[in-house]
Design a protein around this ligand. Structure first.
Ligand code: URA
Length: 410
């Protein structure tokens, strides 16, 4: 077999065999296929797409590039969740304790953020002492002890995704539906859960910008799940507006805790209840309406908040020592009107510019900085009202964050 012939075949939009996919992808993992050859292959896939058979074959190749977690020694149904990434997305911090507090096991491996949206692991690391690494044995023990774990993705699982994702990130080949589906589903299947909920973010602040692509990704991931005998449900949720009112690592942890304490009722609350209800409905094989009742009760009774606190302490965190910067800048409007939109992309760029995100893998995160949205879509504002508050440590060249707010004057 020859790398150039395989690239040429895909460039001419012909279906590749599993052997050919294996030859080029595993060859890349072993260092035998060069970056420029793999880049060319990825671009050919981006442009020509993949057949269902190619997607299933490539998912299998990804899964078998590393270990597969065996969770058979964990009792009960194991349900995992994944989000394709959005601005202010702290849903895992809320949902995992809700679902675990209802007796369902939640094994969750998460990533760090690169680019504009922060990763769950970065958010958890804003809690002093919080351990994000776990061995296989610790992973299983924690699930049996408290019913949930959120730790960083093990290097031993799907190593192909790690190298391919890094290359996609710098070759404009991230937003390919088959490549996204293979990347997400291989990690979820290798992580050992029985059932999987995927939250596909759609909008300007997300990887997937339009409904049609989101629907295509959803159908493809469900087909992959069926092939592996895993129940998969996908929700498509809006990512034009930031989720909740906090963007930035420690700020987002605070918002998650407040939600679990019953103090938050916004788009974040609605989405968390939707996702958690679907997970509970799958795990207990009950209707969404019954699952929703259980989820809301877990919040109202503080069962989920207690589970969150137990989880943080189990992983070594001390939430009382978490700090948000004392330096605040209030951004005011000079308009009178109604807020009709808040641009998630602008908010994430400002937050990232303050230090809450990374441009390069090596960049250090400033956990205590970010953006708090004092006003939300639908709110009426008048001249002099505070739109948002920036928490910062270093004075930087801020974008004009007021531009994120569309205000229709009345
Ligand atoms: N999230 C992933 O894990 N992989 C992708 O390719 C895109 C989003």
């Amino acid at each position: 077999m020859n790398v150039l012939d395989i690239i040429d075949k895909k460039r001419n939009n012909n279906e590749l065999s599993k052997e050919e996919l294996d030859f080029i992808f595993n060859g890349y993992l072993k260092g035998e296929v060069k970056d420029y050859q793999m880049s060319s292959m990825l671009m050919a896939i981006c442009i020509n797409g993949m057949t269902d058979q190619e997607v299933l074959d490539l998912t299998d190749i990804f899964i078998n590039s590393g270990e597969v977690l065996d969770l058979s020694s964990v009792e009960g149904v194991k349900v995992d969740k994944h989000s394709t990434g959005g601005v202010g997305d702290k849903t895992t911090l809320v949902i995992a304790p809700i679902v675990a507090s209802l007796g369902i096991k939640v094994p969750k491996m998460s990533g760090r953020g690169l680019g504009l949206t922060g990763g769950t692991i970065d958010k958890l690391e804003s809690i002093p002492g919080f351990r994000v690494e776990a061995t296989k044995e610790e992973f299983v023990k924690q699930l049996n002890d408290i019913g949930m774990i959120v730790c960083s993705q093990s290097d031993k699982l799907v190593p192909l995704d790690k190298v391919i994702y890094s290359l996609r990130d710098v070759t404009a080949t991230v937003d390919s539906i088959p490549l996204i589906a293979v990347s997400i589903m291989s990690k979820k299947i290798a992580s050992g859960a029985d059932k999987i909920l995927i939250d596909i973010k759609c909008g300007d602040g997300a990887l997937i910008k339009d409904e049609r692509s989101a629907k295509e990704l959803k159908d493809l991931m469900i087909r992959i799940g069926n092939y592996y005998n895993k129940e998969v449900r996908c929700l498509i949720s809006d990512m034009n507006t930031p989720l909740g009112v906090c963007v930035g690592n420690a700020l987002e942890v605070v918002e998650a805790v407040e939600l679990l304490d019953g103090k938050v009722r916004n788009n974040l609350y609605d989405l968390c209840v939707d996702i958690a209800s679907n997970m509970v409905s799958m795990a207990k094989d009950i209707s969404i309406i019954d699952a929703r009742e259980e989820v809301i009760d877990a919040i109202n009774s503080k069962k989920a908040l207690n589970k969150f606190n137990e989880f943080v302490v189990y992983q070594g965190g001390n939430i009382d020592e978490m700090r948000i910067s004392d330096n605040k800048l209030e951004v005011k409007t000079n308009k009178n009107g109604i807020i009709t939109a808040i641009d998630a992309l602008i908010v994430s760029k400002v937050s990232s510019g303050l230090g809450s995100g990374r441009k390069d893998k090596e960049d250090k995160i400033d956990y205590g900085v970010g953006v708090f949205l004092n006003k939300q879509v639908g709110d009426t504002v008048k001249d002099g009202d505070i739109l948002c508050t920036l928490y910062y440590n270093e004075v930087k060249d801020y974008f004009n964050i007021a531009d994120a707010f569309t205000i229709e004057e009345v």
